[in-house]
Ligand binder design. Structure first.
Ligand code: OAD
Length: 229
């Protein structure tokens, strides 16, 4: 399970903490349905800017190591990130709990996949007046605060039968995503890769690898993972 810290070494910002995105932009203004109704142009531009950032960055060693684990293990990446760095590194099973910058959807029916479209370039934009196939304003395919998280069930299903659960670069502040840990079957080892302290709720033994994503995943592979499939 990954969060914003996974992409820090690629050059993206986290959301919380000093210099995080939510310091620069009020979360209510750019990541809620109310903010979008109040000022659609501002919200579309916020996500156009986030999408453009993808043109200038690359997956880091951490993304690459996770992708290469597929040679030996059955790996599902459940990410809160809306960037496309896991896919670009080669991970084939990625569940984006909070949506994807490289997709757009209908404002009226955001979760109707019939109206979801993929962008071909990170330089593509959504502007006021651009319409989805149902005639409503096109909007970013992003789960905003207060909205349902439709892929949560897929994430829960994906971890039903796992041998290890690895959390990388998330402050575990945002639910329901943070609650995924509660669905990890009892007895399955849980690893947390984060250079900082993270408050983990629930009664679980967690092995904290106190390193950045790239070094942390390497450490996990070298010290904790078994032989694989
Ligand atoms: P946060 O910004 O809350 O947390 C980022 C985590 O990454 C922190 O625990 C940092 O310590 C850690 N971190 C920093 N540098 C790192 C590095 N090099 N390697 C590994 N970890 C590092 O981001 P998220 O937990 O992902 O949702 O935020 C969750 C959700 O809140 C986001 O998906 C977004 C946001 O509001 C929506 O927009 C709906």
């Amino acid at each position: 399970m990954t969060g914003a810290g996974m992409s820090v070494e690629s050059g993206l910002s986290t959301f919380r903490g000093g210099g995080g995105l939510w310091d620069e932009y009020p979360v209510e203004a750019v990541a809620t349905p109310e903010g979008y109704s109040a000022n659609p142009g501002l919200v579309l531009e916020f996500y156009n800017k986030r999408r453009r950032e993808l043109a200038g960055i690359k997956p880091n060693k951490g993304h690459e190591l996770l992708a290469s684990l597929e040679k030996s293990y059955d790996v599902t990446v459940v990410t809160q990130n809306v960037d496309n760095l896991h896919e670009r590194a080669g991970s084939t099973k990625v569940i984006h709990l909070h949506g994807e910058l490289m997709k757009a959807c209908s404002s009226r029916q955001p979760n109707n996949l019939e109206y979801v479209k993929s962008f071909s370039s990170p330089l593509d934009e959504i502007n006021v007046g651009d319409l989805a196939a149902d005639g409503s304003q096109l909007r970013p395919y992003i789960v905003w605060f207060g909205e349902a998280v439709p892929l949560m069930n897929d994430a829960i299903a994906a971890i039903r039968d796992i041998d290890a659960f690895v959390i990388i670069g998330t402050s575990l502040n945002v639910y329901p995503a943070a609650g995924l840990l509660n669905y990890v079957p009892y007895g399955v080892p849980v690893y947390l890769i984060d250079p900082n302290e993270v408050q983990v709720n629930g009664v679980r033994d967690v092995v904290h690898i106190r390193r950045g994503a790239s070094e942390g995943v390497q450490h996990l592979i070298d010290n904790f993972l078994g032989e694989g499939k």
